[in-house]
Design a protein around this ligand. Structure first.
Ligand code: MN
Length: 268
């Protein structure tokens, strides 16, 4: 039995199939995790969700910003934009089932004492246990009757710092943003959501979250994340593993084998 974590699939079903074949993934024995953005922009959202859903207990994922956006589009909170690639999925009779399935996925997963998965990373001012607690708060809300309000609330202005005095709405929005959209922090620790470039092209005062001293000093824990294709799989922090290698943009789809820590990729 092997355990793999795959990067941002974004509806690229054929890429996923090619990668699983390269890994000789055995759905009867092996386990697959994803770092979120299962769909979004790519051509085969329906096939991708259908396949992953059918893996049953052999698959689990954290939610990415595109996955959450899909839920909002499904519920009519946001207009469908054809470039998201959701159309065949929105027309499928299976979709209500996939929506329920996604609604029960977390923002963060701790696989064992040393491996933590989330879509964008770990907000430097949270330790692992706090982060898991905040993920659970959102998970509960996603599964509650206030689910639609939670989705609608995602589209208000980003909150850039976390504090215990925030309103519930700001707090939920911050938790979702930190787990699914974070890339850079400003020198004062506030989150900066607009810069999406590689680290070498970023304006000087911005710090990638994984270079923050609270993250570089975290020992014995591997933080595995996706979301940030312009990193091209490189963080230069050995315990921070970037798996979004931009397949959807003509790059690669990558997965790490947690037993060997070997990364395998296929090109688009
Ligand atoms: Mn993303």
């Amino acid at each position: 039995m092997s355990t793999y974590v795959v990067g941002d699939i974004q509806g690229c079903y054929l890429g996923l199939m090619a990668l699983l074949e390269k890994l000789q993934f055995n759905p009867q024995k092996d386990k697959l995790y994803a770092v979120g953005d299962l769909i979004g922009r790519g051509p085969n959202a329906l096939e991708t969700l259908d396949f992953l859903y059918q893996l049953g207990d052999g698959f689990d994922t954290v939610l990415g910003n595109h996955d959450l956006h899909f839920l909002a589009v499904y519920h009519g909170i946001k207009k469908n934009n054809p470039k998201d690639g959701f159309e065949p999925l929105l027309r499928s009779s299976k979709t209500a089932n996939f929506v329920e399935w996604l609604r029960h996925k977390p923002l963060a997963i701790q696989l064992n004492s040393e491996t933590f998965l989330s879509h964008a990373g770990l907000y430097p001012y949270w330790n692992i246990n706090e982060a898991l607690g905040y993920s659970q708060e959102v998970e509960k809300a996603l599964q509650s009757d206030s689910y639609i309000q939670l989705l609608r609330n995602m589209y208000h202005k980003n909150s850039v710092v976390f504090s215990s005095e925030m309103t519930a709405k700001d707090r939920f929005r911050f938790i979702i943003d930190a787990f699914t959209r974070m890339r850079y922090l400003c020198e004062d620790g506030t989150l900066e959501y607009t810069c999406k470039t590689s680290v070498k092209d970023a304006p000087k005062p911005l710090i990638p979250w994984f270079k923050h001293s609270r993250i570089t000093s975290l020992e014995g824990v591997k933080l595995i994340f996706g979301h940030w294709a312009s990193l091209e799989g490189t963080t230069s922090v050995s315990h921070c593993i970037a798996l979004d290698t931009g397949y959807i943009w003509g790059g690669k789809l990558s997965a790490i084998c947690l037993d060997t820590m070997q990364i395998s990729s296929v090109s688009n």
